[in-house]
Design a protein around this ligand. Structure first.
Ligand SMILES: Nc1ncnc2c1ncn2[C@@H]1O[C@H](COP(=O)(O)OP(=O)(O)OP(=O)(O)O)[C@@H](O)[C@H]1O
Length: 369
């Protein structure tokens, strides 16, 4: 759980500091005041350097500044307070500290503060490219499956070597066979983990959708690109000649997709934009109990909740959020806007909350928990 955050030269913030409360933190502010940027800062530090909104990461650094810095205090699952610091120049992260030490890998940081975001771009989980769904799935597995990260690194290494051989041109069969074996083995094991995770996710998705939008149901399946009865090694042999011609690997853990089906058809060909948002939200929220079962506490970032949802669905989403018990940072335009949202949901008024106002990159606390 995130208790404190300091921002320096991040987006439109020069210097700012916030102390968050363990449950609901409401961030109010006009358009362009810095609400999304504040959530983005939390996401950046929690995810080990990613953003949930598109665009170039170099733009996170405030105009005319050399580097953006973020410092966070995080209460870990072990109840110890950890200190996280990151400095990002337009070229990339050039300093990362965890409790005063340089961590061996970004993944050490990312396990400390699991962050999930619900935002207008979440619909891309339904409409967007397979890479987004794969990343979504792998994020959950990273937090839940202990073996996933080393296995993923092994698979990524094999893929890199195989692709380098293919790109070089005219690889010998012997050279390729070794990396085929490595890539096939790790892809098989990743697929096994993904299938196990997916079974749990499906059941949590059913629960989340029943709360958010009972009229929708979605079936998740893993698409691997393998033919029936085929394993990865056989598939790599099948596409080998074509891989050599194209210069990259067309089969493996890196090509899997999460298929979302509703009423027997691909969800993206059936659902409306608002429904897609509900499906995407339910998918994201389905990961919360999985992460919790793994002994971790998520921070949930909710940006622009009202957009594209009617009052009933907004109410249902808020009702669900109020029931999760996770730390939540949620944006709204102003007090009447938030009061309108909260009035739709009695439970929310009973939840411990803190309110902030953001204006031109300055953060002011309005109420305490
Ligand atoms: N690198 C940067 N340097 C300075 N300002 C920036 C940078 N990147 C974005 N901004 C500005 O930061 C401001 C805050 O943007 P942000 O998206 O956080 O606003 P918001 O409060 O979420 O607005 P909305 O309600 O419209 O979604 C915008 O005016 C934007 O132009």
């Amino acid at each position: 759980m995130l208790s404190r955050l300091q921002l320096g030269n991040f987006r439109n913030y020069s210097q700012a500091e916030v102390a968050f409360c363990p449950r609901v933190n409401v961030i109010l502010g006009d358009n362009g005041s810095g609400k999304t940027s504040l959530l983005e800062a939390v996401y950046f530090i929690g995810s080990g350097g990613r953003s949930f909104r598109g665009g170039r990461l170099s733009r996170l650094v405030k105009d005319q500044a050399d580097a953006a810095t973020l410092y966070a205090e995080v209460a870990g699952a072990d109840d110890r307070v950890h200190r996280l610091g990151v400095r990002r120049t337009p070229g990339g992260i050039d300093a990362l500290k965890l409790d005063g030490q340089t961590p061996r890998a970004l993944s050490e940081v990312a396990t400390l503060l699991p962050v999930l975001a619900l935002h207008p771009g979440s619909v891309e989980l339904v409409f967007g490219a397979s890479a987004l769904r794969r990343r979504f799935l792998d994020w959950g597995m990273f937090h839940v499956e202990h073996d996933f990260m080393p296995l993923w690194r092994q698979a990524a290494g094999a893929l890199k070597h195989r692709n380098a051989l293919l790109k070089k041109g005219r690889p010998t069969l012997r050279e390729l066979a070794f990396w085929d074996q490595q890539l096939a083995q790790s892809s098989d094991r990743i697929e096994g983990l993904r299938r196990r995770y997916l079974a749990g996710l499906q059941s949590q998705l059913d629960t989340a959708l029943a709360a958010l939008s009972p009229e929708l149901s979605v079936v998740l399946t893993l698409q691997t690109g393998l033919h029936k009865g085929e394993n990865y090694l056989q598939a790599l042999e099948r596409v080998r000649a074509d891989d050599i011609r194209r210069g990259f690997s067309q089969v493996g853990f890196h090509r899997a997709d999460l298929r979302l089906e509703t009423d027997g058809v691909l969800a993206r060909d059936r659902v409306s934009r608002g429904q897609a948002k509900l499906v995407a939200y339910a998918l994201v929220l389905a990961q919360l109990p999985m992460i919790q079962a793994a002994g971790k506490v998520c921070t949930l970032l909710v940006d622009d909740l009202g957009a594209e949802l009617d009052a009933r669905h907004r109410h249902q989403v808020l009702h669900y959020l109020a029931s999760t018990g996770h730390q939540t940072l949620i944006t709204a335009l102003d007090l009447p806007h938030w009061q309108g949202l909260a009035a739709e949901n009695n439970e929310l008024s009973g939840v411990e909350s803190r309110m902030f106002h953001v204006e031109h990159g300055r953060i002011r606390r309005l109420t305490d928990c």
